[in-house]
Design a protein around this ligand. Sequence first.
Ligand SMILES: Nc1ncnc2c1ncn2[C@@H]1O[C@H](COP(=O)(O)OP(=O)(O)OP(=O)(O)O)[C@@H](O)[C@H]1O
Ligand SMILES: [Mg+2]
Length: 434
Amino acid sequence: MNKENVYSVFTPTTPARLTFVERDDVNTKLVNALRIPGKQIVVYGHSGSGKSTLLLNKLHQLYEIHLTSRCMKGILLEDLIIDAFDQLAPYYNSEKSEASKTTISAEISQDYLSIKTQIRKSNTNEAGSKSIRVLPPQLTPQALGRFIGQAKSCWVLEDFHKIDEKERARLSQIMKVFMDMADEYPALKIIAIGAVDTARQVVEYDSEMRNRVAEIHVPMMKINEIENIISKGGELLKIEFDQNLIKGIGVYSNGLASICHHLCLNICTTSDIYESLDEKITINSESLNRALSLYLDESSDTLKKAFDMAFKQEIVKKYDNNKLILNALSELPPDGATALEIFDVIKRYEQTYPRGNLTRFIGKLCTEKEISVIRFDNVSGKYSFSDPIYRAFAQFYFKENRLKKSGDNIAFEIFFEHFRNNLNKGLTIKLVDL
Ligand SMILES: Nc1ncnc2c1ncn2[C@@H]1O[C@H](COP(=O)(O)OP(=O)(O)OP(=O)(O)O)[C@@H](O)[C@H]1O
Ligand SMILES: [Mg+2]
């Protein structure tokens, strides 16, 4: 039997292949949309819900090749078009295209090479001056569509929500052009992905396109899906995670597969397991503490940054809105609470707290661009901490703060020490309400 490397089995920061579990509730919708000629696709859902992984695995099943462009703040549509164009080079390079299974017509190949020469020329002219990428006039959306279509490929735009609003609206024009080319190139389509709550926050398209764009929401993972990842990984490495351990990891992951992968990886490496074992062994729940301790070390900077940002928000009128919200949420169950439930807890501390403040500030907390402390799941309608360690910190912070007003920086340090001590004593379970 093949020996697997632990880092290719548990993949906290890259799309899962070996432990990929099918997402029954979104699979059919996504596969149908991929198969319908001309259908453009928007995939959306909370960061870490599994959008890239799901799409990648489905594209591998349905497409021979696909192009992926990653978006960042400030990037222009022109940059993305050139990026896609560049990625097509292997298919239009005359020697390679003969070998490739896809037949590329000589005429299109010629067009491609001539545009390529022009891009190169304009880049050289701009050397030294501020470089703004100008598209050669021939590189129209139609031309790009033809190049992608001939290669029987599609174009994935990762993190499309990060680019400016104006650029987002321009993408819908390209989608429209691609739709109209579906007759000739049935596989041609754009798939825009965004870590947001609605498809419209990813691409702004008008009502005439409504039926021709599939909006696919990828929800957080269900507990049985998370447990599937653990057992798939265990089988590959010949490890049996005992039932309590599986349950612990499952609850702790709170719908986020990335945390599950992280903890499983930490469990293996702290047990000196780096590849498939020759003989099966069983690992029990004691190893979860070591794994969590390591996870805390790895995530302490992010935790600090996330809370620093949330705590720094201005105090409006007499209310320290963010702290009131985070305090209330930390008193509610780990899987989260509705706005009304949070409001009820806040009122215990501030009887006249206005509901409007809650709506406004909780919305901001969820959409913080860099790291958001809390997230909203629009299937359950609940808000919850983005990471269970954040919840543990909030519980600790507000409790400590009521006792003595320690500075925020010191609070982080005391928390990390306290958490670690508890882990060493085997008290994790209590701390995170497992
Ligand atoms: N279906 C799945 N089976 C197994 N593991 C998965 C699955 N989906 C996601 N994961 C794992 O979860 C983590 C996050 O997944 P992914 O990167 O796909 O999320 P995302 O929604 O694209 O996040 P972001 O918005 O931050 O890009 C990765 O570690 C990945 O390996
Ligand atoms: Mg992604």
